[in-house]
Design a protein around this ligand. Sequence first.
Ligand SMILES: [Fe+2]
Length: 396
Amino acid sequence: MLDRVALGVLPEKPHTVFRAAADGPLAGALLQEEMFTRGGFDGPYSYLYHQRPITAPIEVATSSRGFPVARPSEEGNHPLRRRLYHAPKAARRGAMLEARTSVVVNSDVALYVLRPDRDDDVLFANGDGDELFYVFEGELELESVFGRQRCVAGDYVHVPRSTIHRWKLLTATAELIVFECRGGCVIPGNFRNPVGQLKLDAPYTHRDFGRPTAPIATLDAVAEGPCDVIVKKGDRFTLHRLAHTPLDVVGWDGYAYPFTFPIEKYQPKTGLIHLPPTIHTTFTGPGFAICSFVPRVTDTHPQAIPCPYPHSSVDCDEILFYVRGNFTSRKGVGPGSLSLHPAGIPHGPHPGSYEKSIGSTRTDELAVMIDTFAPLVPTTDAVALEDRAYHESWTL
Ligand SMILES: [Fe+2]
């Protein structure tokens, strides 16, 4: 939900007769309008124009396809301690639809690690929430009713709830994380002016985002392609076998569509002294904020301590995904590590790092963080990824 995009062919006015050419491959067919709306009919929306009706599934059945959904482990966060997980330990491979290992979950958001090694062979629509991916390694193509988008390491990829899509790998494997955001995931409202334009002091500009560039189908050929859509709703998977591929959109316009955002286009802020993590906010949703820590100049006061201060954020849980850098604040973590600091248990830099940081002028760390108000509960599948010595790593 960035700004309006218009691609392909469109009728002059919505909800009016729009036909393919009589002498073309679609033989004058009436194109089928689909309204893709958010927030009932009050939120952002897009109009899509399909070659053929999308409303007639020829088969509906429960499906064994999909990924193991995030289930809170029985012991939850007990005993309460700082925890560390390593994404590369996740053994589950396959297509994006299946190669997910859950890490933490609450009523607002679930976090999964993805390690795909093949293309999706069916389409997927997640009705349980917006999905915000972060591509850690590799390169993929997102193919959706809105078009194709190339996604590379360092990109956030926002896929709106119920967007019909599939993923293709452009490298042999890829490494990602995804936040499944039950109440949606948006650009914070305070980054926009009254007409919706990103404000001059927002940490990104409209030019920084990637959007679909063309619909997949045209009026020059009858669209062919996958007809099976796996739908996730209420953490259960259903197969909808359609009579025709839904990737037959020849034009669309609107505000609701997938987008990409390269994390290193995030414009960080620096102060005289250390600024709180909130200045790294990138996306928000009900109950959470997602922050981007990117390479930046550190504080300018001659006596500043640039390293993050030890803190007890007692109303929030936080999980930090380390992408790259020297991670001066912690030892024992590396690319692909995820640290969970629940319930404001005091945490901060590794012993010694705090003092050592005095006088440094920049940091090259790259990381993604989510802060939540509802507690994040480790999942049953997260046990296999955990480094259980982490809590004691603060011991001098
Ligand atoms: Fe923290």
